[in-house]
Design a protein around this ligand. Structure first.
Ligand SMILES: Nc1ncnc2c1ncn2[C@@H]1O[C@H](COP(=O)(O)OP(=O)(O)OP(=O)(O)O)[C@@H](O)[C@H]1O
Ligand SMILES: [Mg+2]
Length: 212
């Protein structure tokens, strides 16, 4: 595919903390590149200098769930304008570690914000754009929590989400699964309770076969 010839595809990675999104994004990028397209790897919150600064605040500062949600959408608006939309217009495939499904899962599922508030912001910030594919990395919260604990080092304590309870992550997971059930054409669910090599093989196969 020639750059600019066709809009790129927007692929998002979702799942609770420790589900394996960051571990597997490179393998998916390689599988996409095998299809002959350029990729852009990015993440939320973040993806731009301002977005990364907002990420730091959201992960470290105490704030209300409303403030948190607004900051997430502020970072998203910037990310869409500066990175995501230009890349898609140029024919690149954007691989994004978390997007708006995460706001529904964490802020509505985990923090019990009214989901209509999130829907309003979604209609404002990206009324015209949804991911073409969302890969939901699904794993039991206890398994994910064990991984996050092992990943932490002495230099960095748990962030505001990593330090949440297993009840919080169960609610986040439930909201993700609910959204996947409502949008079966967009979501692919990958069981990441298995060994990383098995997850990787399934993802590579999935990307080879995905034809959109
Ligand atoms: N299938 C797996 N089996 C065992 N360990 C895994 C598996 N997948 C990832 N891990 C390990 O679990 C930890 C968390 O994985 P990773 O950082 O990819 O999760 P994440 O979904 O990106 O989490 P976060 O949302 O917090 O960024 C890492 O140390 C990673 O090496
Ligand atoms: Mg990660």
């Amino acid at each position: 595919m020639k750059r600019g010839a066709e809009r790129g595809r927007f692929i998002t990675f979702e799942g609770i903390d420790g589900a394996g999104k960051s571990t597997h994004i490179d393998a998916v990028a390689q599988a996409v590149q095998m299809r002959g397209v350029e990729t852009v790897r990015t993440r939320e919150p973040g993806g731009t200098p301002l977005g990364e600064a907002l990420r730091e605040l959201v992960l470290s500062q105490s704030m209300t769930r409303e403030t948190e949600t607004l900051l997430l959408f502020a970072a998203r608006s910037e990310h869409l304008a500066k990175i995501i939309r230009p890349a898609l217009s140029a024919g690149r495939w954007v691989l994004c570690d978390r997007f708006t499904d995460a706001t529904y899962a964490y802020q509505a599922g985990g923090r019990q914000m009214d989901r209509e508030r999130i829907a309003e912001l979604e209609r404002w910030v990206h009324p015209d754009l949804q991911p073409d594919l969302t890969i939901l990395f699904d794993v039991a919260p206890e398994v994910a929590a064990g991984r996050v604990e092992r990943r932490l080092d002495l230099a960095r304590g748990a962030d505001r989400f990593e330090s949440e309870s297993s009840g919080f992550f169960s609610a986040v997971r439930t909201m993700y699964l609910e959204r996947a059930a409502k949008n079966p054409a967009r979501f692919l669910i990958v069981d990441t309770g298995r060994a990383p090599e098995m997850v990787r093989t399934q993802l590579e196969q999935m990307i080879r076969q995905w034809n959109k």
